[in-house]
Write a protein that binds this ligand. Structure first.
Ligand code: NAI
Ligand code: A1CAB
Length: 289
């Protein structure tokens, strides 16, 4: 029997609270992987019927604007995913508290929001999972950091890991390390896209047609990531193999080093992690006010 079958996930009801890009990424992954039937997934949003209609059309999931029949979807869900922006979290969790019971599993994807803040807002005995996924979950290549509250059962852990395994890989981390995960893999896809944008711009400046530029850049990034994965070699070693003495790569890397490429990336990752802490602290302040 597969791990997924053992968890019994196919018979559960899942409710996503917040209908943004992260919720869509996970839903799309779950449906593509045939882990859960669309009719077992509901999604609630504060507003924006158009967005919900689009998601219903695209995935066949149940979509509901907050205030209509959302109460029953929340009560009946076995797993509730919290997927609104950090600034909306305190208000949203306060609003759903009356419909939540300790039989349910809460999985948050909200940057910075601590397990203790969720417990404060929803009540202490509810099993809570804090995660930091990324948007590559959409295509089954996500990377998710997972942390559990003390009352999450071994079965609920299996279930959580099955969900995030179905949309990529995951790492179980101590909760304080979720800020680091945010800086590395939560925000990480954006750094890679930024790098690709710059590569494509340079390709255009050098005369390559946009389509060829995009294809070459995409394949280069894909190939480089796959080389690290498939060979098991360190990126520094693979970089050395590309870099002929006094050749073209060395010339390019010298420009990068002169312009503090490495230091800039390191600073950026630290800043993202720090920002996750700030977002969490702002929620904590709003709870104690
Ligand atoms: N986008 C990303 O790459 C990642 C995002 N996250 C986290 O996921 C969460 C959502 O991010 P996105 O999907 O990018 O944001 P988004 O802005 O695309 O979606 C947020 C959704 O929540 C809804 N919402 C806001 N207040 C609500 C309320 N009171 N009740 C119900 N729905 C409400 C909004 O209408 C919107 O549809 C954030 O907390 C973010 O930190 C985590 C990892 C990666
Ligand atoms: O930018 C953000 O705040 C979210 C969290 C990680 C990726 N996106």
């Amino acid at each position: 029997m597969s791990l997924l079958t053992q968890t019994g996930i196919a018979s559960l009801q899942l409710c996503f609270y917040g209908a943004g890009s992260m919720a869509e990424a996970i839903v799309r992954g779950l449906i593509n992987e045939k882990l859960v039937e669309p009719k077992r997934i509901s999604m609630l949003n504060r507003q924006n019927e158009e967005r919900l209609a689009e998601l219903h059309e695209k995935y066949g999931i149940q979509t509901i604007v907050q205030g209509s029949s959302n109460e029953s979807y929340l009560r009946e869900a076995d797993i509730i995913f919290l997927a609104m922006k950090p600034k909306d979290a305190a208000e949203a969790l306060t609003a759903i508290k009356p419909f939540i019971s300790p039989k349910q599993l809460i999985i948050s994807v909200i940057a910075g929001l601590s397990i203790s803040s969720i417990e404060q807002l929803l009540g202490g005995q509810i099993p809570v999972v804090r995660t930091m996924p990324n948007t590559s979950s959409t295509i089954g290549l996500g990377a998710t950091g997972i942390s559990y509250s003390d009352v999450v059962t071994p079965q609920q852990r299996l279930l959580t890991e099955a969900v995030f395994n179905s949309v990529g890989i995951n790492a179980i981390v101590d909760e304080p390390l979720q800020q680091a995960v945010t800086g590395v893999s939560g925000s990480g896809p954006a750094y890679v896209y930024y790098f690709m944008e710059a590569m494509m711009e340079a390709a255009g400046q050098l005369g390559l047609p946009p389509e060829a530029a995009k294809e070459l850049v995409v394949q280069t990034v894909l190939g480089a990531a796959e080389m690290v994965r498939a060979t098991g070699e360190e990126p520094s070693e693979l970089r050395r193999k590309v870099t002929s003495p006094n050749g073209t790569t060395q010339a390019a890397l010298e420009i990068m080093a002169e312009n503090l490429f490495s230091e800039t990336i390191i600073k950026a990752v630290h800043r993202s992690a720090e920002r996750a802490g700030e977002l969490g602290a702002a929620i904590e302040r709003s709870i104690s006010e």
